[in-house]
Design a protein around this ligand. Sequence first.
Ligand SMILES: Cc1ncc(COP(=O)(O)O)c(C=O)c1O
Length: 363
Amino acid sequence: MRFEGLVRSTVKDIKEYVPGRSIEEIAKKYDLEPAIIIKLGSNENPLGPSPLVVEAIKERAGKVHLYPQVDALDLRKAISGHTGFGVNNIVVSGNGMDGILDTMMRLFMCPGAESIIPIPTFSYYEIATLANGGKPVFVMRETDFGIDPEKIINNVSENTRMIFICSPNNPSGNSICEDDARKILGSKGTMIFIDEAYADFSENNLSALVKEYDNLIIGRTFSKAFGLAGMRMGYAIVPEWLCREYMKVMTPFSVDVLSSSAGIAALKDHEYLKRSIDTVKKGRVQLMKGLGSSCKVYPSEANFILIDVSPHEANEVLEELLKKGIIVRDCISFRGAGKSLIRITVGTEKQNKKVIGALISIL
Ligand SMILES: Cc1ncc(COP(=O)(O)O)c(C=O)c1O
């Protein structure tokens, strides 16, 4: 007990990260057969992994007694080929984009420093800021979840080190337009982290701006379109100066041998990537059309859609879905999201049909 006092005081303010529910948890709670449960709560890829990835992991399994490359050079070269940026513009993490966010916060945050977070959004920006001694400054998004660049700029102070912009935003699915991003990037001397975890499913991405702005970080992940959430790999496109600084503080050997091979294989499987993007684009339309007459559905550029179930409360609707073996995510734990929003990951055609039928009957 007396050792708790040694923990940094800012950590006391952190609310634990709330993940989506797991199949095992729901099967146990509602006495359901795990095989009948559909999991549309964590924005995972419904296609399973690419067969090339599975093959690459098997092939490399006999090498796990050796350390991987300290700087993940082969993986970074493969990402460089995929993105068109130089190897010295690519940094990686073996703990998903969460790991990238964490390392960036170790670089930029300190007691007294601030980050600006337009909400509702992905909660790890807040946790990573607090865990590194900084203070999150929250700015409400507009009613359609858009960002007003002036509001962001007005909140920049001499202590601001980072502005987080999730685009497409989790949980709302909308992205920031280039003009607004430029206004924020060019306004004051602060870093901007544009989180493009879901940009593979959108027609918009802002990575080209890294060539123009020395204060821009574009975060990406293998967890969504590449179907590798369980391998935990993320990367970022950054200016070269930042790549050098990142390498100093990242944990050495951050990407393990199996993940690195899996990532390289995933980048080669163009057919899988296309199929996963097509599945999401078709599924989004199916969900929008299927649910549009029962509740408000927000337009989405990501692999999930957001619905407003008011006058019902999201947790009540969620509970009814869980009883039927359908896992989705209520947004109550997202700061500033209110009590009536539910986020549904786009699944296969069959899964989408099931969730539409269940929701229509509940609503
Ligand atoms: C917006 C956003 N950024 C980052 C992440 C973290 O991704 P990763 O699995 O690469 O850690 C998520 C995960 O769902 C997310 O929604």
